[in-house]
Design a protein around this ligand. Structure first.
Ligand SMILES: [Zn+2]
Length: 439
């Protein structure tokens, strides 16, 4: 039996009073006055004075929660754990709203807040402990790893792509799935595609890479359906969760393609392209998610990286296409991957895209493919050498490369003149021009 299972099995099954009920509990004489904060001797403790399961007597740290949601996942056990965690955090909120001054409540963001605290619970508990409203034993039992910077992250970060575990947290009352950490990152913006190292056991499993990507996309959709923002800007570079997701999908597609290219050996790019065209159905198969539509349609949220691969910063679509093609320089391979990807995105569009709407994205694809074939180094998030460059807030100018800018301008003009579908333009014009240029 694991530590957390012991903790849960020994916890009484009685239910906790709601904060509203607790406010009139005779054992608590506290008020929400700004000045009348009771001293420690008069203050009922969470673990001793109130009718709650004694979860605090069995410290459960974040690593244990993470394991319980992933490699040791067991649905009934995690359900109990989620219920107890929700009780802990509801109690912390109740105590803060009852005992801390209004000013402190406002600073901590708990004033008039309802429900359950998630990532913010540890900061609130630290304040309660500092004000001697939580004693040392209570504080360390409730948050045994309070000294780690990650203790302020949402519990949803710990469940990774285990959607069932996330739903159990949600059903237990932890219904803010978009709780951000101190740097502004939400659980969705930290979500990774699962791998066998963390999901090989229990019921939370992924059998193959496409299965892992499908699990990831499904989890992204779950967060979105529960109210998580895809476009919340965070950090110095104004990255959004959608940029992050696009990067993970692109990395998966590019990695899958790289594996296939290796297996094709020394065959020429034309052979590789034909083989890829035959195999791409497998690679692209999991991409039937509405998240793809969101990436394709967002023309608004540019990040602040300065890189010649994108005009005025990268959209999530820039990130997706860059990450997919950045390992390749063959015009045949690069254009085929881009065309297949774009076709998939257009097919996923509802309602169907008009030619005019597609033409807005065509320059992005032409620029990304030209950049990849010229072998230029990224200075955006697709950089592999950490040579990031951030645009200054006022200038908002992009980094430029004269050769590429001239070429892209030529391609854009020709694309508008010929009025061919993008994939026909690549094969009938772009490919010939790129090979001519590259010798
Ligand atoms: Zn770039």
């Amino acid at each position: 039996m694991t530590k957390e299972q012991e903790a849960i099995s020994s916890a009484p099954s009685e239910t906790v009073a709601t904060p509203a009920e607790s406010a009139v509990t005779p054992s608590c004489t506290c008020t929400s006055s700004d000045t009348e904060i009771p001293d420690e001797a008069q203050t009922p403790t969470l673990l001793e004075a109130r009718s709650t399961p004694r979860v605090g007597h069995h410290p459960v740290d974040r690593l244990s929660i993470h394991k319980a949601a992933t490699i040791n996942y067991n649905q009934p056990v995690f359900k109990e754990l989620a219920a107890n965690l929700a009780i802990q955090r509801r109690e912390i909120l109740w105590k803060a709203q009852t005992l801390l001054s209004r000013e402190k409540q406002k600073t901590l963001g708990v004033r008039r807040r309802r429900g359950v605290l998630d990532g913010r619970a540890v900061a609130v508990a630290k304040q309660l402990h500092k004000d001697k409203l939580l004693n040392d034993r209570e504080f360390n039992e409730l948050f045994p790893d309070w000294h780690w910077a990650s203790s302020g992250e949402s519990l949803y970060v710990l469940v990774e792509c285990n959607q069932e575990a996330a739903q159990l947290l949600y059903d237990a009352g932890l219904d803010d799935v978009d709780d951000v950490d101190e740097l502004g990152y939400s659980p969705l913006s930290l979500l990774e595609i699962p791998n066998k190292a963390t999901s090989a056991h229990g019921r939370y499993q992924t059998e193959s890479p496409p299965d892992a990507l499908a699990t990831y996309l499904s989890m992204c959709e779950w967060f979105k359906a529960k109210g998580a923002s895809l476009n919340r800007v965070s950090g110095l570079t104004h990255a959004t969760p959608l940029h992050h997701i696009a990067g993970r999908i692109g990395r998966y597609l590019g990695g899958s393609m790289e594996e296939r290219c290796k297996s094709f050996g020394s065959r020429g790019p034309a052979t590789i392209s034909r083989r890829f065209a035959n195999d791409c159905a497998d690679i692209i198969k999991p991409l039937s998610s509405s998240i793809l539509r969101d990436i394709w349609k967002d023309m608004e949220h540019h990040d602040l990286y300065a890189c010649p691969c994108a005009l005025g910063g990268c959209l999530a679509f820039n990130v997706l296409i860059n990450e997919t093609i950045k390992r390749h320089r063959s015009p045949t391979v690069v254009s085929l991957m881009a065309v297949v990807l774009v076709k998939k995105l257009i097919d996923a569009s509802v309602p169907a895209e008009t030619r005019a709407q597609q033409d807005v994205r065509a320059p992005i694809v032409l620029r990304a493919c030209t950049f990849a074939c010229l072998g230029l180094a990224h200075s955006c998030r697709s950089s592999s050498l950490h040579r990031f460059r951030r645009m200054s807030g006022e200038e908002r100018r992009r980094a430029s490369d004269a050769t590429m800018d001239g070429l892209v301008a030529e391609f854009e003009a020709k694309y508008l003149e010929l009025k061919l579908p993008l994939w026909d333009f690549f094969t009938e014009w772009w490919l010939g021009r790129m090979y001519e240029l590259l010798g």
